[in-house]
Design a protein around this ligand. Structure first.
Ligand SMILES: [Ca+2]
Ligand SMILES: [Ca+2]
Length: 281
């Protein structure tokens, strides 16, 4: 909520700039972070007023910003106010950050506080005006590989692995750059795509089945909760996002799956040589 107020304040400043009162305000440069908050099994955290990213400075809460459903590519954005380092602005500075100083984050969902894996790294404030993508993945990460351990244990279980007598799983079998099931797709990629990293029969991909009457016909394997977009290219170099229709639904810019399984899709394509690629988030 406070994040929303901060953004309104920024908008207000911008409006005032238009009518010439800006000199009454100290400059308020911001460094922004944005990205996707995912739960410990890799699913996008749904936006709500009870889901917020919280910003800390030296252990003290500075601001918070709601997780939203507004964009398919990201579900949070947080503006970090930078210290203009001017004399006589002590109060202002308490909530501002020096460039390259450290900050920390937490995620509050329905009154429960979570610490994203990324917080264990060294988070540093960048320059004013910069926008930096920082996806936040919730859950513990005892093996320090950036993948939530709960998701890794799920993949191991699904592949027939079991914990040892002490209840410990061999998390070293799975890693972001590994390919546990040998299907050619990295475990870290399967985490994002929502496919099983321990089942080589389950992979992310786009099968182009046919072209007829100005339409390309596809199949792909959808995973509940994942969002898909389609891009087209005449030459494999320049790509642009295109609308597509899944099953009998109307054409749309993106598609969010509500089930698991193979679906058919179509997209207009005047040229049968058009190349397509699918993106999953
Ligand atoms: Ca891990
Ligand atoms: Ca794999």
């Amino acid at each position: 909520m406070l994040g929303g107020i901060a953004r309104q304040g920024f908008t207000l400043g911008f409006v005032l700039l238009g009518i010439g009162f800006v000199s009454a305000f100290p400059p308020a440069p911001y460094y922004s972070i944005y990205g996707m908050v995912r739960d410990q099994v890799g699913q996008r955290v749904k936006g709500s007023s009870d889901a917020e990213v919280v910003l800390f400075k030296e252990g003290e809460e500075i601001s918070r910003s709601s997780i939203t459903n507004l964009s398919i590519a990201e579900n949070y954005e947080l503006a970090i106010r930078l210290d203009a380092a001017r004399a006589g602005t002590t109060l202002y500075r308490e909530k501002a950050y020096a460039v390259n100083s450290s900050y920390s984050l937490a995620v509050d969902i329905n009154g429960i506080r979570y610490y994203p894996i990324e917080v264990s790294g060294d988070l540093r404030v960048g320059l004013g005006g910069e926008r930096h993508r920082l996806d936040l993945n919730l859950g513990s990460d005892l093996d320090g590989d950036g993948l939530p351990d709960v998701w890794e244990e799920w993949q191991l279980y699904q592949a027939g692995e079991r914990p040892d007598e002490s209840g410990n799983w061999d998390l070293s079998l799975i890693g972001p750059d590994g390919d546990f099931d040998g299907d050619g797709q990295k475990d870290g990629f399967e985490y994002i795509a929502g496919t099983f990293a321990g089942d080589a029969s389950e992979t992310f991909g786009l099968d182009i089945k046919a072209w007829r009457e100005g339409e390309a016909h596809f199949e792909f394997y959808q995973i509940t909760g994942k969002a898909y977009t389609l891009e087209a290219s005449p030459d494999g170099e320049s790509w642009e996002q295109v609308a597509f229709a899944v099953e009998a639904s109307p054409e749309r810019a993106s598609y969010q799956a509500d089930a698991v399984g193979v679906v058919t899709a179509t997209s207009p394509a005047e040229n049968p040589q058009t190349l397509f690629r699918l993106t999953v988030r």
